[in-house]
Ligand binder design. Structure first.
Ligand SMILES: [Zn+2]
Length: 249
């Protein structure tokens, strides 16, 4: 069996048997793969946080082409973006972002742009002072990067250039003008303008303090509803985050 070396970002880690850890890792070279880290839970020599979401690893593994799991023989922890011990918002945001990535990325399709996107998402979350704003920003850009965001410069129905609001129904997002939105269930117009702002700007150029929490909450719900409808799954970690949107500052 040949030894293969890959670089990857951990998306999930769960206990397997008595002492092993099974991790889903998005690798630069092979896309998302499942790795087994043998004996890691009992190892005193190896850092346990290596298999927590956001860790960047270099992994050596021996594996057959068609096997479901790759058995990691050696690994190095290159970087870890969860240096926020007691920040609950960041902890739940990290759970949320990694759950979405893990549940929506299929196995085995390498994509360097997606790798860089994931890397910078975890890196930014680690340092930002506005984790809630970043989490919604991430949602918007992830959906956009998947090619699932409609053109926000026109109404999805009549194609006029003055859309004012957002409609999420099941597996589609539509942008609607005043005339077309009658009788639809809509997100507030404010949520639509924040969506457009997020799409236009880099995160570091945003004035995050200016984004109202209620509007952010609205957009968060619209985007998670869409992802759940489109990919047909329930985002388990969103309930924890929802409480923080409802909290007063
Ligand atoms: Zn219209």
């Amino acid at each position: 069996m040949a030894l293969t070396k890959v670089n990857g970002i951990v998306l999930s880690g769960s206990n397997m048997g008595e002492s092993d850890i099974l991790s889903s890792v998005y690798t630069l070279e092979e896309g998302k793969e499942q790795f087994v880290f043998k004996g890691l839970r009992k190892s005193k020599r190896r850092p346990r946080n290596a298999t927590e979401p956001s860790s960047v690893l270099r992994i050596n593994y021996y594996g057959k082409e068609n096997s479901k799991f790759r058995i990691a023989s050696e690994f190095d922890l290159l970087e870890n973006f969860s240096n926020f011990r007691n920040d609950k918002v960041k902890i739940f945001s990290l759970c949320f972002i990694s759950e979405i990535l893990n549940r929506t990325i299929p196995l085995g399709i390498p994509d360097e742009r997606l790798y860089r996107f994931i890397y910078s998402a975890f890196k930014t979350l680690n340092t930002t002072e506005s984790p809630l704003v970043f989490t919604v920003f991430f949602l918007v850009h992830y959906i956009n990067a998947q090619g699932l965001m409609p053109d926000t410069g026109e109404c999805s129905l009549c194609h006029c250039a003055t859309p004012v609001s957002l409609s999420v129904k099941g597996s589609t997002i539509q942008t609607l003008c005043t005339e077309c939105n009658e009788g639809e269930s809509l997100s507030e117009e404010k949520a639509f303008s924040v969506l457009r702002l997020f799409l236009m700007k880099k995160f570091q150029d945003l004035n995050t303090g200016k984004v109202e929490k209620d509007t952010l909450h609205e957009l968060f719900c619209a985007m998670t509803d869409f992802l759940e409808g489109y990919f047909s799954f329930q985002i388990k970690s969103s309930t924890f985050l929802l409480n923080f949107f409802r909290e007063k500052k």
